[in-house]
Design a protein around this ligand. Sequence first.
Ligand SMILES: NC(=O)c1ccc[n+]([C@@H]2O[C@H](COP(=O)([O-])OP(=O)(O)OC[C@H]3O[C@@H](n4cnc5c(N)ncnc54)[C@H](O)[C@@H]3O)[C@@H](O)[C@H]2O)c1
Ligand SMILES: [Zn+2]
Length: 384
Amino acid sequence: MPSRNKRILITGGAGFIGTHLVNALSSRKWEVVVLDALIKQVHRSGRWNPPPHVKFIKGDVCNKSRVRESLEGVNYIVHLAAETGVGQSAYEISRYVKTNELGTAVLLEEASRVGDTLAGVVIASSRAIYGEGRYRCGTCGFFYPSLRKADKLIKGIWEPQCPTCQRLASPLSSVEEQTPNPVSVYGITKHNQEELLRQFSESFSIPAIALRFQNVYGPGQSLTNPYTGILALFSTRLLSGNPIYIYEDGNERRDFIYVEDTVQSIVLALKKGFSKIYEVYNVGSGIGTSVEDIARLLLRIMKREVPVIIAGKYRVGDIRHAWADITKIQRDFDFKPRYPIERGLRIFAQWARKQPLPIDRYKKTEAELINKGLLLESRETSTD
Ligand SMILES: NC(=O)c1ccc[n+]([C@@H]2O[C@H](COP(=O)([O-])OP(=O)(O)OC[C@H]3O[C@@H](n4cnc5c(N)ncnc54)[C@H](O)[C@@H]3O)[C@@H](O)[C@H]2O)c1
Ligand SMILES: [Zn+2]
């Protein structure tokens, strides 16, 4: 970490992860510049109050002159600005490609003009680049499934099967070396962000790091954005006294990482990461937790009782399991997740209870998905 007064640009710094990062860096003697468009889906009020000493530029990452202005004298960039709803990206394709890909392109193009003062770039990538992830069949070995097919899902066959012998296989954690295989528009844009950054880093010899975040949760995450954040969605449902609906059979697994642990990974990347030209790292807890378990844990922690309904509905394009192998970031950066799920959920729950109760948009979003043919029901497992 530079000793003092290094200037850092954080795009998307007014968002969920961004605000935690800005706070962490403000207390470490950085000159922080935030570029953020305050998009309506995330910032309903259209306002953001930056902490003291933070320079805030309201602007779009696709806007060259705003980006140029925000890059003045900058030594480091953390690029977080993005459209982040995996499901929504299926039908708002141009919006996702524009912000995530063109936005990154504009940022890097302008960054290439900064010159020698630019010492490193970090971008927020995602587990979504792995798609269905990595499996092992006891007989045939490793395989990397493509998107699960409609004829299986309609029958309630949720687990990807071995493509050679059709037997059930074991899901494994994702490792950085496996070939990216995104199965969503969002995942494709995140993979392309990585590729643009790698190309930039190699062309201009500027060290760069892509951090592939798993499911980040914690205080400050949007409770009103119905397109992101499973825990925000569940907490809004239960605080409104409404049942929680879980897709598939509830055994699908995700890797939940507390926001301060995510911030730790970014700070470590800034501190230790720029000895090589381009590197990618997984950032997660390293543990796969089933969606049903996380819902029940949240109910217990929030001391609420609402029905948990597992009705065999499924979203087209959803992946089955995802969790990270975090050996590489542990080895290179000494990264240590400090918030086991119960601890992180308690802090999240305490915070969520104190927020104004958001309008529960679950049913509206569900209707939108049904309308577009993206939320279906398995014939075999339905209990409705
Ligand atoms: N939260 C997660 O679980 C998660 C998981 C994997 C990856 N990520 C990645 O981490 C980053 C931050 O995610 P987050 O959860 O804080 O999201 P967020 O939506 O809370 O924050 C994103 C910020 O970017 C801003 N933004 C959006 N479009 C913009 C544009 N065109 N120009 C300028 N600013 C724009 C938004 O106003 C918002 O403040 C994103 O790149 C996301 O893809 C997040
Ligand atoms: Zn097999």
